[in-house]
Design a protein around this ligand. Sequence first.
Ligand SMILES: [Zn+2]
Ligand SMILES: [Zn+2]
Length: 412
Amino acid sequence: MLRPPGPLTWHLARTATPAAWEVPSVGSASRASSRTAVGQHVSRVSAALRSLLASGLALLLRSPLRRRKLEIQYSRPSCAPSASYAYSVLAFYLVHPVKAPQEEALQHKAWCRSRGLLGRVWVSSRGLNVQISGKTEDCERYADFVARRFRTCRGPLVCKIDPVPEPAFPRLRVKAKQLVSLHPELAEQVDMTDRGEDLEPEEWRRKLQGLSMGEPGKVLDVRNDYEWDLGHFAHAERPSTEQLRAMTAESMGLQSEDQETPLYMYCTGGIRCEFMGAALRQRGFKKVYKLKGGIQHYGNTVGAEEWKGRLFVFDRRNSISVGPEGRAEPQWCSTCGSRVAEEFWNCGNMDCNRCMVTCRECLRSLDGVCCKGCMRAARRLPATWRGMNGGLNNMQAHFAYGMIYSQPYIAK
Ligand SMILES: [Zn+2]
Ligand SMILES: [Zn+2]
């Protein structure tokens, strides 16, 4: 007796030999109706299979493994000082497992050397932190190099790129080392897969405005205290610890009842918040928000709104403006309180080395140190390094232990 075969063989059989089983026979009415039902069933199944295949293929094409490189999102100053500058400072980071940090670092070192890039590249098992400087096209090529190596990373790679008249670093340092040092109490068992939520600069601005209207939340400056002195967001209190690695939940004024409080944290480029965010999440703080791309990206995207002063940077520029130059509310000198302070200095007493944001007049009257006591100290930096002649500030002097610049950096 002729019986309709199973769905798949039936489909093949029908196309191959339709006559073989479509021969009408006595009492075939019920068989014909069952054939129609089977036919409908089969076409449904094959349609489902086809769509499954198509979506699978689309997924495969979009999968990180197939991707040629990680997407790059460039963040540039809205008012570039000059488009004619041939050099740039490039800053970005990646949070992604690195199997062999030492070997990875060697690859980056070789690449940067071959293009004459200067600056620092830190590689750890948890990712990458980069601040480099060189010819603009070489900076972009380096970002491409990284985007190809880390194509399976979740993107995009936010690259802050600022045009500068000359390289902003004196040498190249590429090392396998810890990316961010937290207090041992916070650094324990940090799970980098749970770091809190990113806020786009515009969302961040709205949240800060919400705080002004009385919405609940705390703004946390996840930087060193002297960075806050040079400039900070409205609502952010000055860190009570001198350095990030001394910061604890307690020092940030967080108590157990803050576990439900929205915490808005920010830092220069974003990486310090990634680690601090993870640490706080693991300590039970539920609403952790991080400013995506850091202050720099905020300035490039939103501008100076809600920001006061300038932004401290770890290169020879010392500080940069957030948003267009001169738009942010100024920061006053921490010594006299009456003049604008736009630079940061280390106390010229090498045994003190305190970071301070002081106007040049105050610096001169204190002979390049932080206080009367330090004026009498035995081990003081040479006068030029104390910022007394030629305007070589101490951040630059700091770099100058290995190299003295012939020209002070003047932002044009
Ligand atoms: Zn002053
Ligand atoms: Zn001092």
